[in-house]
Design a protein around this ligand. Structure first.
Ligand code: FES
Length: 111
């Protein structure tokens, strides 16, 4: 299991502490850096809060039925698991592994 390196940061004691809006996206500050958390089914993914295209705030976007993060500015789409841009513009969205464990919710900020 994770927490084998020092890059795992605890972001909540329990997933229920994280408020996901109607768009299934939450924002958190981790080590002075704002990140987004996206909920898809029962899984949680962590990704950059700012779109790599032109800086749209992804917390104001949404996660569509295909599991793609949709930027609110120009609607470019990113795979929530891999960060790859799936709408054909060639961008890549930084993302980090998330672990939900009995002792908390962690993000591996070293990846
Ligand atoms: S700023 Fe996100 S798609 Fe343009």
């Amino acid at each position: 299991m994770p927490v084998e390196n020092n890059n795992w940061v605890k972001i909540a004691e329990d997933i229920s502490e994280i408020y996901f809006g109607a768009n299934n996206i939450a924002e958190r500050e981790v080590g002075g850096k704002k990140i987004c958390l996206g909920k898809l089914n029962d899984m949680v993914f962590a990704f950059a809060s700012v779109c790599p295209h032109a800086g749209g705030f992804l917390a104001e976007g949404c996660i569509n039925a295909s599991g793609h993060i949709v930027c609110p500015v120009h609607s470019y789409k990113f795979n929530i698991r891999t960060g790859y841009n799936v709408s054909g513009e060639g961008y890549y969205l930084k993302h980090w592994p998330v672990a939900i464990r009995a002792d908390g919710v962690f993000v591996d900020m070293g990846k």
